[in-house]
Design a protein around this ligand. Sequence first.
Ligand code: NBG
Length: 823
Amino acid sequence: MSKAEKQKQFPKDLFRLDSLADDIKRNMVSQLGNDPRNKRKFPYFHALGHSVRERLIDMWMKTQGDYYDSMTKRVYYLSLEFLPGRFLMNYLTNMQIVDECKQVVEELGFSLEELEEEEWDAGLGNGGLGRLASCYLDSMASLRIPGYGYGILYDYGIFYQSIRNGNQEERCDNWRRSGCPWEIVRRSTLFEVRFYGRSEAYHNVDGKVCYRWVDTDNVMAVPCDILIPGYGGEHVSNMRLWAAQSSREFSLADFNRGDYIGAMHGKVMSENITKVLYPNDQFVQGMELRLKQQYFLVSATFQDILRRYLKRHVSLAALPDAVAVQLNDTHPAIAIPELMRLLMDEHNLGWEVAWDICTRTFAYTNHTVLPEALETWPVDLLGRLLPRHMQIIYEINRRFLEGVAQKYPGDTERLSRMSIIQEEGGKRVRMANLAIVGSHTVNGVAALHSHILQTGLFHDFHEYYPRKIRNVTNGITPRRWLLQCNPALSRLITQAVGPDWVCNLDKLRELVPMAEDSAFREAWAKAKLDNKRNLARYVLRKVEMGINPNTMFDMQFKRMHEYKRQLLNVMHVISLFNLIKDNPSAGITPRTVMVGGKAAPGYYQAKLIIRLINEVARVVNSDEDVAGRLRVVFLPNYCISQAEKVIPAADLSEQISTAGMEASGTGNMKFSLNGALTIGTLDGANVEIMEEVGEENIFIFGLKAHEVAEKRRNGYNPREFYENDPELRRVVDMIGSDFFCPDDSGLFRPIFDSLMNHGDFYMLMADYRSYMDAQSAVSALYLDQKEWVRKSILNAANMGKFSSDRSVMEYARGIWNVEPLEG
Ligand code: NBG
């Protein structure tokens, strides 16, 4: 048998595909109590899900056995968010059984696509931070790095967004309502998580002063596992999510008194902990419930980690040799005092030994420099909810500041900047400072971002700990973001360079010479056009609007936030509109501008920008002069499964944040990998994308990060641009007038004010002209399809660096000190 034949044979045997159809029918009966003759899609999706999962469990058990046998170091990736999207196609893709499964499903009378559409996206995250965590789990599993994701099983994920009368409306996302075939709930393995109470000092048998945490309120944590198959399906790791369960079902005393509602009160309150995901991205909400969620995750996870560790070790001294914990932003940073507490109060270690173990175990990733996203907790709140942790944090801080004072005698300003406790404006705990002090390594997520951490936000810490702050540029998994979401292009690439690119994305570089081959370019363009047609069908279904696949698909999909500057995009659209109205016969490159993204429910300005996009769309799309040349679509409810349809169909990717504000971006990588050209600022990973694809293959515009900083320092005057640029003035005036809101006078005035009267913090006015120039260059190039397609190929070809496999290997070697298991 040839190697290729063997490979083909392998998943067939491994995953018992011959019996798949029978298993689906069996699961219809045994799991769902349904008659398989009843051809309803949802139960069939479920039965298929169960049948696929069954096939992974053996592999998962084998993987766990390998970990124990090799006594290997394990990585724990702690994150309050994951964003896995749908699982079905991810499992089939990574198990390499998509075609086989398609056939089986068709024999049962369905198409795989229609069953796929039955699945709800898992609602466990907001945006890039959560999706990054999921890409990293995929890479860890595919690279055979022993790792686990730990998070929270929220019942309600981020809201479902719909648009009514141009406004965002939020509906709760009850994503688990109909059950989820991927979850393995382990109701018999419970951990107790404590809150409130007080810390009590006592003398132990040796007369030493010790502390215990007493009079607590307790909640149980139930683990729920979701399997994460690596590519090939042989190495299967796990995402363990915790659900809160009351420690008492209900108060019998209340019940017996006839207070039936009161009897449930305690249960409802404690189970609330994991009910909802906070729908904020880049903004912290100082709520007790949020801190509870954080500690709930951390406490349950560490009980699990130590349980597993102590199966094979007697002393905790070797913990850092067996366990690496990555803190995904500061959200789980309460883990640092928690591990100290466990080591000292429950395992009797002294401070120095415990601290040494702690700081060799943790590493922290920072994902933002926006001040509103940097977590601080009021000392009062933290001290009430977690009294023992508050004591420990004070002691960490005392010892830390002692060291700082020794190095910089008399520099009290520095001490107050670096202190874990912020004194001004009511005492608060600065979680980033705690995370830096308690970790051996801190990393930013793109070269520019890490540089800004070193020289700006964490400058004092960088001086104090010169080797601690480093960079690991983000990455994306090529399995989901090319192989799975873009079968047309994947097939073409595999024909051209063979199948190895899936696990070695640098292989794509072999496409470079093919950019000069006209037949290949034609095939490339055809794949893109097919994807655009698919998206057009989706848009028609979703918003009942026809879009023309022969126009340029110009796309901006990401969370709605002022720093991401969706407004700048709208300003370009309005300028194009004016151009056409002034000269209806002008030859312009036809575009379909699409925008998608959710705004946090309390973020007024971001929601107003959604409204503006929709009103501009209404005006533009109904104008006869404009018809066929410009169309604007806001696609509601951006989520992973929608991204999988949007990204493969993009011609142009808008990555236009104010320089210095987007830590990395990962959408930028996904679009480029799928052959879109980028228009962007030199921000986040755009800088490195430009380095990889070459300046001539990307449209860069606008102020650079240091120029933004200088402008802020020297006094920035947005009105100057308004006075000197009539085209800009016209656009800004139109937004401020009632042109786009004839029935709702003054509606968009706050947007006008933000640009003109409140300082234009995000510097749209300063970047407008160069953005317009870059857009003109885009339009001109699009008319030269040969050049455009060439550059499209060169973009994809040079994206090797942005595989999350590369990022994860950098973490593994440089931070976690683990090696992949031998296979
Ligand atoms: C986000 C950044 C993105 C980055 C992702 C993943 C937060 C706090 N940060 O630029 O805004 O790509 O993290 O690192 O959500």
